[in-house]
Design a protein around this ligand. Structure first.
Ligand SMILES: [Ca+2]
Length: 509
């Protein structure tokens, strides 16, 4: 009898353990918030001119990364890298996804939503998707530009709030991954100029602007803004930045609403929250560039299970390529063994999980970047590595002028820069258009000594060893990530049997 009773006790105990394990597995979710073209316009990153109380509140529950970088400074390629953990040259999203550009990731890529879905996790996306094909990036719940107006799902924060509520209230016991991709604070002049250069009037209640009930627009004068070193300090650029700040106020309040929904639905204490942006701000030397100003991103990681480092700043180097490994780690899902192409080596993620940084500072000091296109006409391949203080950029097609995108071209800042250059007036910019368009093949900067990346050290013999070391690091990463451009511009990649670079004797080797 005693034996039966104790056996029953153990069986019940084990059932309880299993139930606890299932319950424990259920209690882990992810909320990924990505802003569009946002930078450091927040007091979280010491900009005292702008008010972002909701980002500030999130930072109080987050580890704030001071050295976070995108692997590519362009929207679709960056979003594909976020959602696959693979650089653009490896996942195939070489440029923008929409309209004539029509770039897509390769059919065989195993993306984060795909892997999560296979592991029984419910996936949702609200806002700007901007990646394809659908089979590579499936979401169970999707309100994006593919089935709605991007202004509504990406900038109308009341609408976004209600969609988040709908997602969180679903009668579904699975853990979730919710990706909220704001379209703010992207420029607007190219697509919807009636709402202002940054869509800063969209939904402000004025005649013809529509009304977003939850948004209280914050206004700034051109004198109030802080002008980063890479933007000309001119009245035109200051007015442009003031408009951007107003749009950031909509992003900030939208983040507040989304986090409030998470809290109200009871998920605040089991959800990992990540906030970042896809690429540099849409100003000269910013978006589409692999300079610091084009690739450095805000990055907040908030784990309810790791309060040890809340409100602390980490100096560890992290990349948006780390988001996929981090989310997989959070859910304890292994990365599968597979090849994108039958002839290629198995895919390996070159990023790492950020979770260890949430408990102690990590010695991470290297990030990589790879850019191909932005718009389809903007072919300007670059590869880059930053290790500690040194950033090396390889401009593969350096004899071509650096291309300019349609959206940025018509911006007040760039138009002003063009007309000042044309008429010989002072530009108040740290570069000339000539030096911006025509770049050296190799650019090596010591960011600590030269934060604006003006003094190219690549031909300085004193930095020869650093140059060789970084070149070797970059090449190693290119090979490891199956980069088809690994031999360019002075060789041809012959990839049959043993992949190798064959010389072109074009004078560049
Ligand atoms: Ca973007």
């Amino acid at each position: 009898m005693g034996f039966v009773r104790s056996s029953l006790f153990f069986i019940c105990f084990f059932i309880l353990l299993i139930l606890c394990a299932i319950e424990g597995a259920k209690k882990r979710n992810v909320l990924l918030i990505i802003a569009d073209d946002a930078g450091f316009e927040t007091d979280v990153y010491n900009n005292s001119a702008i008010r972002t109380p909701h980002l500030h509140a999130l930072a109080q529950r987050s580890l704030v990364f001071r050295n976070a970088f995108t692997s590519v400074s362009s929207c679709s390629p960056s979003r594909s890298a976020i959602l696959t953990g693979l650089p653009q040259h490896q996942n195939g999203m070489y440029g923008l996804h929409q309209d004539v550009h029509h770039f897509n990731s390769f059919d065989g890529v195993m993306s984060l939503p795909l892997l999560l879905s296979q592991a029984g996790i419910r996936t949702g996306i609200i806002g700007k998707k901007h990646v394809g094909p659908q089979t590579v990036y499936p979401f169970d719940f999707a309100h994006t530009e593919e089935n709605s107006s991007v202004l509504q799902v990406g900038r109308n924060i009341t609408k976004i709030k209600l969609l988040v509520r709908q997602f969180l209230q679903a009668k579904d016991d699975r853990p979730f991954f919710l990706y909220v991709a704001f379209h703010d604070p992207h420029r607007c002049g190219h697509s919807q100029p009636q709402y202002g250069v940054f869509c800063e009037k969209f939904g402000n209640g004025e005649s013809g602007m529509g009304w977003i009930p939850d948004w209280k627009p914050e206004h700034y004068t051109p004198e109030q803004v802080q002008v980063p070193y890479f933007i000309p300090d001119t009245p035109a650029a200051r007015a442009d930045l003031a408009a951007q700040y107003t749009t950031v106020s909509r992003l900030d309040q939208g983040i507040g609403l989304v986090l409030k929904e998470l809290q109200d639905a009871g998920f605040e204490n089991d959800t990992l929250v990540i906030y970042s942006s896809d690429n540099g701000i849409p100003f000269p030397n910013g978006r589409t560039n692999l300079y610091w100003s084009g690739t450095a991103e805000p990055m907040l990681v908030s784990s309810p299970e790791h309060p040890q480092r809340w409100a602390q700043v980490s100096q560890s180097f992290v990349s948006l390529l780390d988001i996929t490994p981090t989310v997989l780690d959070w859910f304890s899902i292994p990365y599968p063994e597979y090849s994108i192409f039958r002839t290629q080596q198995p895919v390996q993620l070159s990023g790492k999980s950020l979770l260890p940084a949430l408990t102690s500072e990590q010695p991470w000091s290297t990030v990589y970047a790879s850019q191909g296109h932005h718009e389809v006409t903007m072919y300007y391949p670059m590869r880059a590595v930053q290790q500690g203080s040194y950033r090396l950029i390889h401009n593969l097609n350096f004899k071509m002028p650096f291309p300019i995108d349609q959206d940025f071209y018509i911006s007040p800042t760039f138009q002003d820069l063009l007309s000042r250059t044309q008429s010989g007036q002072p530009t108040h910019w740290f570069k000339t258009l000539q030096s911006y368009y025509y770049r050296d093949r190799w650019e090596l900067y010591d960011i600590r000594a030269d934060p604006s990346e003006i003094r190219n050290l690549a031909s300085d013999p004193a930095y020869g060893e650093t140059l060789q070391h970084l070149k070797a690091q970059l090449l190693k990463w290119q090979w490891a990530t199956s980069d088809p451009w690994v031999c360019a511009p002075d060789g041809v990649l012959e990839s049959k049997l043993t992949p190798q670079c064959r010389p072109l004797f074009n004078g560049l080797g």
